[in-house]
Design a protein around this ligand. Structure first.
Ligand code: ARG
Length: 459
């Protein structure tokens, strides 16, 4: 059994079941790289203020590098009694360096150490997720070119509403992911604050230079209250919340495409590589990847609830409960990353089945609002125009025809302000062409937005 770093005041042994119960090495081993980065900065700071010699610092650095190579090569043994990655690395250092290794933890506690590690980890994670979001946005903008001429029905309540350019759909997702990116960038500002040197909860009497270690680690600032640092996991919650909104956006997209992929809709062909078959029904091609993207949202969203409940009643400062924070965050991060990695190829590889879309595009009165707006332009008050068009739609439903099938006589019977120009606004193509307000789904406005996105993403 390895000797415990905190064993001085203990006479007996820890119950092995307690060691198994309290360990975190099984899930925090992945902090090794950031832990070593943090320890190098910390030891450099100790050397700067004279608590380590330059030689000792160099010895610590090269031994940490050795340990890192051992870890990378899969030759670093985990021992349950050593609890976590921090104790594992420090113990290995002491084994190799003796007293010099025993100096590393000067003016540091695992409490500021673990928070430093987590912040370094989350900083990298945010950069990784952001890069993946850019790839997803690029894929959607690429689709805008592919589907340049395609018009789609847009829905509210999953009932046909008004027509929009297909690219309007793709850019809607770009907007959502842009807000996700902005949220991550904002979260980054609060992650990017150095806890190192706050020690256990009260700081230290040793003459440390916290700015120096923070700078070495590339932190934008230094935390001002050691009690706060020791207890704070807000940054993890914010990160997981950002991830959970990303997963919500992924999930609504997946849901929409699952619906579009049905025989009933028939709007979409998914690339074969992203669908699976049935063990009994030979004809089946199922959108399992999309379904799992939707399904995995559950665990990402749950991470936020887990962390909220975890922190809600903790007295200051550090409590061991906080060790559980990593399980929730790592899982949310891994899940969102795995989803995002699959999305771009699926987005670019799918095909809109324009023959099916166009065959039914004139169903569902997608041009009714365009007709109402024509009446408004003819001087009819909006509410009257709405009512009149509603009656015409009911009439068409009775006759089993479209608005464009009505005669000028029919129109003029409904409203004497209608002239022959009414036919210029009827039909889906006319209705989509008429949309012109900023941000609308009309042809010209969408083309402008596509250009904006191409420029923004350097396409
Ligand atoms: N493994 C612990 C965690 O992740 C490290 C901090 C331990 N600190 C303590 N005071 N026991 O939270």
């Amino acid at each position: 059994m390895a000797k415990k770093a905190w064993g001085g005041r203990f006479k007996g042994q820890t119950d092995p079941r307690v060691e198994t119960f309290t360990e975190s090495i099984s899930f925090d081993a992945r902090l090794a790289e950031v832990d070593i980065r943090g320890s190098k900065a910390h030891s450099s700071m100790l050397a700067k203020i004279g608590l380590l010699t330059k030689e000792e610092r160099d010895q610590i650095h090269s031994t940490l590098d050795e340990i890192k190579s051992q870890i990378d090569a899969g030759k670093f043994e985990h021992v349950t009694s050593l609890e976590d990655i921090h104790m594992h690395i420090e113990t290995a250092l002491v084994e190799k360096l003796g007293d010099v290794g025993r100096k590393l933890h000067t003016a540091r506690s695992r409490n500021d150490q673990v928070s430093t590690d987590l912040r370094l980890y989350v900083r990298d994670a945010i950069k990784e997720i952001d890069a993946l979001l850019i790839d997803v946005q690029k894929a959607f903008v690429t689709r805008c070119e592919i589907d340049k001429e395609t018009v789609l029905p847009a829905y509210t309540h999953l009932q046909r509403a008004q027509p929009v350019m297909a690219a309007h759909y793709w850019l809607a997702y770009c907007e959502k992911y842009q807000r996700d990116r902005e949220r991550l960038a904002d979260c980054y500002k609060r992650v990017d604050v150095s806890p190192l040197g706050c020690a256990a909860l009260a700081g230290t009497s040793l003459p440390i230079d916290r700015d120096f270690s923070a700078k070495l680690l590339g932190f934008g600032g230094v935390a001002s209250n050691s009690l706060d640092v020791s207890s704070d996991r807000d940054y993890l919650l914010e990160f997981c919340f950002s991830l959970s909104l990303i997963s919500a956006h992924l999930s609504t997209w997946a849901e929409e495409w699952i619906i579009w992929f049905t025989t009933e809709f028939g709007f979409l062909k998914l690339p074969e590589a992203y669908t699976t078959g049935s063990s009994i029904m030979p004809q089946k091609r199922n959108p399992d990847v999309l379904e799992l993207i939707r399904g995995k949202t559950a665990r990402v969203m749950t991470s936020v609830t887990q962390l909220q409940i975890l922190i809600k009643s903790l007295p200051m400062a550090y409590n061991r409960d906080l060790q559980e924070d990593k399980i929730a965050m790592f899982d949310a991060f891994d899940t969102v990353r795995a989803c995002l990695e699959l999305v771009p190829d699926m987005v670019v590889g799918a095909e809109l089945r324009t023959e099916n879309i166009n065959a039914r595009l004139e169903e569902g009165f997608l041009d009714a609002t365009a007709l109402m707006e024509y009446l408004i332009k003819q001087g009819v008050p909006m509410r009257t125009a709405h009512h009149t068009v509603g009656q015409m739609v009911a009439e068409c439903e009775d006759r089993g025809c479209r608005l464009a099938d009505l005669s000028l006589e029919d129109f003029q019977k409904a409203c004497d302000k209608i002239d022959e120009k009414v036919f210029d606004v009827l039909g889906v193509q006319n209705a989509v062409a008429a949309l012109q307000s900023y941000g609308s789904g009309g042809r010209e406005r969408v083309a402008e937005q596509v250009a904006v996105w191409q420029e923004r993403l350097g396409l």
